[in-house]
Design a protein around this ligand. Structure first.
Ligand code: SF4
Length: 249
């Protein structure tokens, strides 16, 4: 049985936002209006945080894409009074929409701020209604939603493999954000498959680059970040290049 995970290489992320747009389109996320931003009620299953370092004119921006961290010990789960957020057998923290009663306790208990409440009924202009993804439920007002690791894609691939009477192939499935990323900064896959891109990438990146956001909380996230490598920094040649070669295959 796979154990799904994600690696985000911060040395490759250019902050283009393609992952955010792909996620919005794939998962039927309502359009975030200016009003929603001003009220801090936007829905973004993955966001790209931008930080600046240095002094003018020698300033550099760097970016950190932040989806749900898919914690193994997810703090959002025990606080839900109706078990609307639970783990599945493949390690994904799922949200069961028709169980959710909208207490928002899970959101309060999530330190990464990656859970979103539907304050309004979702709306799309007529011109965009035909582009909704039929594989993903449209969430109604009053319930919580979050990154699902594109669970519908995983289920579709697993179902196809079952029909064809074979096991799921290595790297047969990926998330919309990983697929859209022009620099392959996001890699998704089975952490328990030693031949998967993600396992190979983690292996080639070595121990020193990988870390988890807020790891001190001991929730054991299944999203691992690879820290940036500055040009000329020790380790650039022997860490960055093998990682690059692995991802590009
Ligand atoms: S698509 Fe890739 S490069 Fe662009 S912001 Fe997302 S992770 Fe970074």
């Amino acid at each position: 049985m796979p154990r799904w995970g994600m690696v985000i290489d911060l040395d490759r992320c250019i902050g283009c936002g393609a992952c955010v747009v792909a996620c919005q389109a794939e998962n039927n996320i309502p359009i975030n209006t200016a009003d929603a931003y001003f009220q801090r009620r936007v829905i973004e299953w993955i966001r790209v945080e931008r930080y600046w370092e240095g002094e003018y004119p020698d300033i550099h921006a760097y970016h950190i894409p932040v989806p749900c961290q898919q914690c193994t010990n997810a703090p959002c789960e025990p606080v839900c009074p109706v078990y609307a957020t639970v783990h599945n057998s493949e390690g994904i923290n799922t949200q069961i929409y028709n169980r959710c009663i909208g207490t928002r306790y899970c959101s309060i208990n999530c330190q990464w701020h990656v859970r979103f409440f539907n304050f309004w009924e979702p709306k799309w202009p007529d011109s965009l209604k035909q582009q909704l993804n039929p594989d993903v439920t449209v969430r109604s007002r009053g319930i919580m939603e979050k990154c699902s690791f594109c669970l519908h894609r995983i289920e579709k691939a697993e179902w196809k493999a079952r029909v064809e009477g074979r096991p799921l192939k290595t790297d047969e499935v990926t998330t919309a954000c990983a697929q859209a990323c022009p620099t392959d900064a996001i890699v998704f896959g089975d952490l328990d498959d030693p031949n998967s891109k993600i396992s190979q990438l983690l292996k080639s990146a070595g121990k020193d680059r990988g870390y988890q956001l807020l790891a001190d909380l001991n929730t054991e996230p299944n999203v691992t970040y690879l820290k940036r490598i500055q040009a000329g920094e020790p380790g650039e040649a022997d860490v960055a290049e093998p990682a690059l070669a692995q991802v590009k295959g």
